[in-house]
Design a protein around this ligand. Structure first.
Ligand code: FES
Length: 172
């Protein structure tokens, strides 16, 4: 497996954010802040979490590194390697699957010349399959950044990719 290195930088802003997240829970249950802290740390580190970065989170929350690894490897919203600027998360669960969700993910992969889980060489796009995103009545669908793209078709995907390339797509 390819090794990636990550610049770790806990800015004052990130540290303050982490302190605020931890303060939401009883002092003896710092670990309860794990998920939101991981989101904050990932957001501040190019959308992925290296092992040294996960170890740092464990140190901050005073838990064992394995407790962080377990969570990061379970949830698809945490990335363990660098991802593309535009991460297309296709729902692959039943409602979307029976409406051609898998076909559309394959269509997108073929267009981009990558396989699910991979990133284009220019670092622009990643395609990943994820479990139900709670928009089952609007499938097939994908998540891109904070937004859902629903009732997908090949034409909608073509337009979305083009908008991404032209910098017209907001992620947050
Ligand atoms: S099955 Fe796709 S959003 Fe629920």
């Amino acid at each position: 497996m390819k090794e990636y290195t990550q610049q770790i930088n806990f800015t004052d802003e990130l540290k303050a954010r982490i302190r605020e997240l931890i303060s939401r829970y009883p002092a003896e249950h710092k670990k309860s802040a794990l998920l939101p802290v991981l989101h904050a740390v990932q957001d501040a580190h190019d959308n992925w979490l290296s092992v040294p970065l996960m170890d740092k989170v464990a140190e901050i929350l005073e838990i064992k590194p394995i407790e962080v690894y377990e969570v990061v490897t379970f949830y698809t919203m945490y990335n363990q390697k660098p991802m593309g600027k535009y991460m297309l998360e296709f729902c692959r669960t039943t409602c979307c699957a029976i409406q051609r969700g898998e076909d559309l993910m394959e269509y997108t992969c073929n267009k981009l010349g990558i396989k699910p889980g991979e990133t284009t060489p220019d670092g622009m796009f990643s395609v990943v399959g994820v479990e139900c995103l709670g928009a089952c009545g609007y499938g097939p669908m994908l998540q891109l950044g904070d937004y859902y793209h629903e009732h997908l078709t090949e034409e909608k995907i073509d337009a979305l990719l083009e908008d991404c390339r032209q910098g017209k797509v907001n992620l947050h």
